[in-house]
Design a protein around this ligand. Structure first.
Ligand code: PBG
Length: 326
């Protein structure tokens, strides 16, 4: 025998020992399920580039939520798909009383009061320019955008949102929204800041889902460069100071180092968004028989948890729940 007093394989010998020594766990309670709503009734249309994910009209969404909550999923994040004729330069539809999204929030909250309801605060689903901010002569104007986001945020809080998700990457928005929410008495409504949101190729399927691709240019003047890590610390410091309740990193997989960096540096929960393109890659490879989809899903989500994310927004939420419920 070789003299090897330390043999790490001993702790991998049986399934029970492997479980005893497991460092990271993945549970449905860590997951937030992003869902899409569109106008109409009786609709349930699959998004081509996101197999298994649908856009629902309000009635079918409420039905679907029965299944989602029965599976043990306790948090969702809702995104709206609006037709072109409802979009304009100032995203007025985003805060108009009675608009689909706000109506959906209050009906969901009514029917499922225990469900944590997260929202999207950004102009792109309502913007005729397809940008997250207000556009003037081809430029995204930061401070004008904040005023629009503020109206949107207060309207969502009134409609019953639990956590607002500003996904726009404008400067100062967390503090601006926090102050406005507090002024209006919504001190219990939380903010999950999209802190380090990168200008990523992995949002493609999501933009298909919402028909929200930018009509000109790209999002590089507000979303971060994939080459940067230290800049994420600057964003995180600001969001922390401005009152964010969670710091989010998006996408997740190419940015595990950023998740770890923020988790090491800040004492508030870190979230990660396992985005549409990351979902689509696994689905496509699995459908081709090139990888085992279920194992790949669990491996990816566990790695995001291992990197330091407490909460994960993922289109896999239902499947994880199905696997874990046996
Ligand atoms: C934009 C927004 C995007 C996502 C959520 N909110 C993409 C974008 O910047 O165009 C992407 C989510 C995903 O890809 O799953 N406010």
């Amino acid at each position: 025998m070789l003299n090897l007093p330390r043999r790490p394989r001993r702790n991998r010998r049986t399934a029970a020992i492997r479980e005893l020594t497991q460092e990271t766990t993945l549970s449905v309670s860590n997951l937030i399920y992003p869902m899409f709503i569109l106008e109409g009734t009786g609709l349930r249309s699959e998004i081509k580039s996101m197999p298994g994910i649908h856009r629902f009209s309000l009635d079918t969404l409420l039905e679907e939520l029965k299944e989602v909550t029965d599976l043990g999923i306790r948090s969702i994040c809702l995104f709206p798909n609006y037709p072109e004729d409802k979009k304009d330069k100032t995203a007025t539809e985003s805060y108009r009383e009675g608009t689909l999204y706000l109506k959906a929030l209050s009906e969901i909250k009514n029917k499922y009061p225990d469900l944590t309801l997260m929202t999207d605060v950004a102009m792109d689903p309502y913007s005729s320019d397809g940008h997250d901010g207000y556009v003037e002569n081809g430029e995204i104007i930061n401070d004008t955008t904040l005023e629009i986001l503020g109206k949107m945020a207060v309207a969502q809080a009134k409609a019953g949102a639990d956590i607002l998700g500003p996904s726009d990457m404008m400067d100062g928005r967390v503090g601006y929204l926090r102050a406005l929410l507090d002024d209006e008495g919504h001190t219990n409504v939380g903010i999950m800041a999209y802190t380090a949101k990168y200008a990523s190729a992995f949002y493609g399927p999501f933009r298909d889902a919402l028909d929200s691709a930018p009509r000109f240019g790209d999002k590089k003047t507000y979303q971060m460069s994939p080459a940067n890590a230290r800049e994420a610390l600057v964003e995180a410091q600001l969001d922390w100071e401005e009152g964010a309740d969670f710091l989010m990193v998006k996408p997740a997989l190419s940015y595990l180092d950023i998740i770890k960096l923020l988790d090491d540096s800040f004492d508030i929960p870190i979230a990660a968004y396992n985005v549409s393109g990351e979902y689509a890659m696994i689905k496509a490879a699995a459908q081709n028989g090139w990888i085992e989809g279920e194992r790949a899903m669990l491996e990816v989500l566990t790695s995001i948890r291992r990197a330091g994310a407490k909460a994960i927004l993922t289109y896999f939420a239902k499947e994880v729940a199905q696997v874990q419920n046996g």
